[in-house]
Design a protein around this ligand. Structure first.
Ligand code: PMT
Length: 418
């Protein structure tokens, strides 16, 4: 299908540039011709000589080369192709494309072209989820730029999430899809399963503490965040038990769901789940319950004072799971729902409850965290505090699941040295 097609490949400066060489090899195997534009930063990762050898063509880098301009002007270069591919498309080049800059040969060619452009982003997960990159990608999409990837996975910088450049075969498939009307639309590649063989326990939603048979104490948790975490861990291959209070969100696929009402029932269900590798307590457990719930409906008597509700503390499930011992999960992750001094209070809560990580979130009504679609969290561990940008709850879940997978599957420095 690619026989005789002319691809202009822009190689920008990212660690994924090494994959561009395999991309050229595959394209040539499909009998496409490839010509490269190499940015100054790209040349720090791959040499013009290797690209020239692979493409069997000249490599273009210099905007002001008299020879290049006389042989093949930059406008002609931008048009003398069936498709322009930017791989790796770094945050920098995407930003310059979105801004309409033409400050080097690569961006000039991209601005001058009348041909379709496919970008294969590659960057650190924070850079990919940064509001500036999100806005740039949206702008480029609206202008008709096509994207392939990025994929989720472990990155060169040892973080997990979206940002890894698509594999060369995926980029070739995207190119085929773009150059052929008949090919079906691209499918997302399957996720890696770094949590295969690991067991996870997740708590989610509110608890309900009976006052009497018809009334209860509870809170506004919808279960969206906890359920998304259970789903994300399952997608990464973990065997997941989700212990959930009463919620209206659907059960995540591929997860064992245990439905409970009260904190006592939640604790029992968590202990019954057996030994797990990771426990994530995202549930909003009521801190107090009735010392003795009324056996029948409390009656409102004319002229009588309202009943005094005598409360007693609920068991602390997170603290119980964090207790040292053979049954303790390798990693215990709590959440901290705060309305003020979010990080400081969460740091104190992590120590007091004995968990390894705590995910702090501001649940002040103005944030819309309870019940909403998005969350702004800080991941706190013994190593310090990571401030995450505001993300959808699904994205928070996938990033947290990825961090958990990395923690559980990567050798610790001491083990690595052995
Ligand atoms: O469900 P959503 O609408 O999507 O909202 C998500 C959320 C705001 C509920 C979630 O992100 C969150 O913050 N969950 C924790 C809520 C909470 O109870 O926070 P806390 O600071 O009161 O408790 C700290 C930790 O101790 C939590 O991990 C909690 O699960 C745990 N805990 C608390 C009390 C208790 N008796 N047992 C517990 O295990």
């Amino acid at each position: 299908m690619l026989k005789g097609k002319r691809i202009l490949l822009v190689v920008a400066g990212g660690i994924a540039a090494f994959k561009s060489q395999e991309l050229i090899r595959l394209l040539r195997k499909h009998e496409a011709s490839v010509r490269c534009v190499l940015t100054e930063a790209g040349a720090k990762f791959v040499t013009p000589l290797s690209l020239q050898a692979l493409t069997e063509d000249k490599v273009y880098s210099d905007m002001f080369s008299l020879t290049d301009e006389s042989e093949m002007g930059h406008i002609q270069l931008s048009r003398d192709a069936d498709l322009l591919v930017v791989a790796p498309a770094t945050a920098n080049i995407l930003g310059r494309m979105a801004a309409g800059l033409a400050d080097d040969l690569a961006t000039t060619v991209l601005l001058a072209t009348d041909k379709p452009v496919l970008a294969a982003p590659a960057m650190n997960v924070r850079m990919w989820t940064h509001a500036a990159t999100v806005a740039n990608v949206e702008t480029l999409r609206q202008r008709g730029i096509h994207f392939v990837g990025p994929n989720d996975g472990v990155m060169a910088c040892n973080e997990y999430g979206p940002g890894r450049m698509s594999e060369p075969a995926e980029i070739v498939a995207a190119i085929e899809s773009l150059l052929s009307a008949e090919k079906p639309p691209l499918e997302k590649p399957p996720l890696e399963k770094p949590m295969a063989g690991k067991r996870a326990l997740v708590t989610s939603g509110p608890t309900r503490e009976a006052i009497d048979p018809v009334r209860y104490i509870s809170n506004h948790s919808s279960g969206k965040q906890g359920h998304a975490i259970a789903a994300a861990l399952a997608q990464l291959g973990a065997e997941v038990t989700l212990v959930s209070g009463p919620v209206n969100v659907p059960d995540p696929a591929g997860v064992k769901v245990v439905k409970i009402e009260s904190a006592d029932q939640m604790l029992d269900a968590c202990l019954a789940a057996g030994k797990v590798d990771v426990a994530v307590c995202a549930a909003a457990v009521a801190d107090w319950k009735m010392a003795v719930p009324a056996g029948s409906k409390l009656k409102k008597k004319p002229g009588a004072a309202p009943p005094a509700l005598e409360l007693t503390p609920n068991p602390d499930i997170l603290a119980a799971l964090s207790k040292p011992g053979a049954k303790r999960p390798t990693l215990v992750v709590g959440f901290a729902a705060e309305t003020e001094n979010v990080v400081a209070n969460a740091v104190e809560k992590r120590t007091r409850k004995g968990c390894d990580w705590i995910v702090a979130n501001d649940v002040s009504p103005a944030t819309g965290t309870f019940g909403g679609e998005r969350n702004t969290v800080h991941l706190i561990s013994a190593q310090g505090v990571q401030d995450w940008p505001t993300l959808s709850k699904d994205r928070v879940a996938m990033q947290l699941a990825g961090a958990i997978a990395l923690h559980l599957t990567r050798p610790r420095p001491a083990e690595a040295a052995e």
